[in-house]
Design a protein around this ligand. Structure first.
Ligand SMILES: Nc1ncnc2c1ncn2[C@@H]1O[C@H](COP(=O)(O)OP(=O)(O)OP(=O)(O)O)[C@@H](O)[C@H]1O
Length: 584
């Protein structure tokens, strides 16, 4: 069952109730934190329009008391429902809705109903400038993991946060950190001006992810006058060094390059207030343990620093190692908990038998049938196979660790901006990347560990949207039963798209393209069309079908084996009225 940290806006009763649901590892919320929150709540007086007479004010206050009473009741009912629904392993969206804790409160006459969202930005200690930027970016309320952890982080606790992919873990640490740096007690002690040492250090496993998280800090922190910088390998030291010398508030980067800067004396960690390990398990698995330990060990007074650790997957060994870095009274917000399903529930998880030789012929048809015209990321196990496959697929580009950093950046930004719609990548793209409109993930073979499956498939179906993840496997060589067992995913089994599936998807796409063509082409091509009609022995409809096929890029349709997806193979199912015994 997911563990819950109570947000400020809940009633004391529901707060107690939710505290009981905290993960057994999680110490109960600190009393002083709770008292402080209650004090703050009392001090927040209800603002009333100033032109009302005292009787009207009394009536409104009375009404508000009644509303609050009802509100509390509703919350209790909602939470009971939540518990039931949360036990359903397939209810990630249900969870999100429940944890949003939308409540119907009747106002005015009986027919009028107003839905109040407890996770609305206004219910959190988010300052006006930050709220404005969030709204501009379409964020009106917090996602469950953000709502669960906001107060805890802002109030100073160390925290381990886990939520499924695409559930907004980045803002779960970005927002309270920014608020904390700019609120009254901290602003006085935080160094400002030229040459200031950073207050925040964020460590991430890949350069691409570092860039992405940096851009969130830049946008939201920039609105509050905070300066961020991004440090990763493969790019020149000097510009990074200059930025650090001038002074920054937030440093985001990969462990190797950050360690180098610390050793060169470019980063002073004496003013640090926050350290964040994002995708902590991957960073530790990639062999960064020593670098991470060295970096974190540079902080002299760890009591002054808050440490936060986030990931969609937190194997036990990571929890064990990470307890070295976090304080004993750390909190845990775990939205996955012991639920069987660990991968995204917004994703349709599919497996398809396919021999390695059939991959490059099959993949374009999978894209055609399952990408809904959006972007596709294909994962391969090796850098070589990523490059080779990208070369075989029209319009695809490769992304992996052997490609020069500058090219990696151009490729990723081209994919983000829609210059091309198929990216073939190794695990460098598996973690954290948040790219709009990725509708389809194809994994060329089952990955070695379940975490890789969860993160790769989680590049689609993000922020409440849906997506498809297709995993290919060679029935003679690989098995996905361990991934199925450990991820809790119940895979849908399909066979290679057959001519009828392809014709349906490709035909619709081609028809759309034809409809987009200007009528100005008609008179010019009319003579050729008439010639074709008069010389062909096909009916006009049949000729049009051929034209559609050509426009979709098909000149012939081959049959495929259902067992290996090999072209020109036919699967035959032999039936017999009685049992057949083999010699064995
Ligand atoms: N409160 C919110 N309202 C609307 N959209 C949001 C909100 N919070 C985050 N998002 C959007 O949700 C998407 C996913 O967020 P994010 O990348 O932080 O997910 P994540 O949980 O870190 O995923 P992963 O585990 O794959 O790294 C982003 O596009 C982000 O802008």
């Amino acid at each position: 069952m997911p563990s819950i940290v109570v947000s400020e806006s809940q009633s004391p009763e529901s707060k107690k109730k939710m505290k009981k649901q905290l993960n057994p590892e999680t110490p109960e919320l600190d009393d002083s934190v709770e008292k402080k929150t209650q004090k703050e709540k009392k001090s927040k007086k209800t603002k009333l329009p100033c032109n009302l007479d005292s009787n009207t004010v009394k009536t409104i206050k009375k009404d508000e008391k009644k509303k609050k009473k009802k509100k509390r009741k509703d919350t209790e009912i909602d939470e009971t429902d939540n518990e039931e629904e949360r036990s359903d392993p397939n209810s990630e969206m249900g969870d999100a809705m429940n944890l949003n804790m939308k409540k119907k409160i009747k106002i005015g006459n009986d027919d009028e109903e107003k839905v109040e969202n407890q996770n609305a930005l206004s219910n959190f200690r988010i300052s006006e400038p930050l709220r404005e930027v969030l709204k501009v970016r379409g964020i009106e309320s917090l996602f469950p993991i953000q709502a669960m952890t906001f107060d805890t982080i802002l109030d100073g606790a160390d925290l381990i946060g886990r939520a499924r992919t695409g559930q907004g873990k980045t803002l779960a640490f970005v927002l309270p950190i920014l608020e904390s740096l700019t609120n009254v007690p901290t602003v006085a002690s935080r160094k400002k001006g030229y040459g200031r040492a950073p207050s925040v250090l964020v460590l991430l496993p890949t350069r691409e992810l570092a860039t992405q998280v940096f851009s969130d800090f830049e946008v939201y922190g920039g609105a509050l006058g905070l300066k961020s910088c991004c440090l990763y390998g493969g790019s020149p030291y000097q510009p990074q060094q200059i930025q650090l010398k001038r002074g920054v508030d937030i440093v985001v980067g990969t462990p190797g390059r950050i360690k180098d800067h610390i050793e060169r004396g470019n980063i002073d960690l004496s003013s640090l207030k926050f350290r964040v390990l994002d995708e902590a398990d991957e960073m530790l698995r990639m062999g960064f343990v020593e670098d991470v330990e060295l970096i974190l060990g540079k902080v002299e007074d760890t009591n002054k620093v808050q440490t936060l650790l986030f990931s969609a997957t937190l194997p036990d060994w990571v929890k064990h190692i990470s307890s070295k870095f976090l304080k004993k009274d750390k909190k845990t917000a775990d939205l996955v908990g012991n639920e069987k399903m660990k991968a995204s529930t917004n994703v349709r998880h599919i497996v398809l038998p396919c021999s390695s030789t059939a991959r490059s012929q099959l993949i374009p048809d999978i894209i055609r049938c399952y990408s809904s015209g959006g972007r596709t990321i294909i994962f391969t196990e090796t850098k070589d196979s990523a490059s080779t496959l990208a070369g075989l697929l029209p319009g695809a580009r490769a992304l992996h660790g052997d490609i020069q950093q500058a090219t990696r950046e151009v490729t990723l930004s081209g994919f983000r901006s829609g210059k091309f719609s198929t990216l073939v990548a190794t695990n460098v793209a598996a973690r954290g990347l948040d790219i709009d409109d990725v509708q389809l993930i194809i994994q060329c073979e089952p990955p070695r560990d379940v975490e890789a499956y969860i993160h790769r498939s989680g590049r689609t179906g993000r922020a409440g949207k849906t997506g498809v993840a297709v995993m290919l496997y060679d029935p003679r060589k690989s098995s996905f039963s361990r991934i199925e067992r450990e991820s809790g995913v119940k895979f849908e089994h399909i066979s290679a798209p057959q001519p009828a599936d392809i014709a349906k998807a490709a035909g619709a796409e081609a028809a759309e393209k034809i409809n987009e063509i200007s009528d100005s082409v008609i008179p010019v091509f009319m003579a050729a069309a008439e010639e074709l009609l008069s010389t062909s022995n096909l009916a006009p409809k049949e000729l049009l079908a051929k034209a559609l096929a050509k426009s979709a890029g098909y000149t012939e349709i081959k049959s495929r084996s259902l067992l290996t997806s090999m072209e020109n193979y036919i699967t035959v199912l032999l039936g017999c009225g009685r049992p057949i015994y083999t010699p064995s």
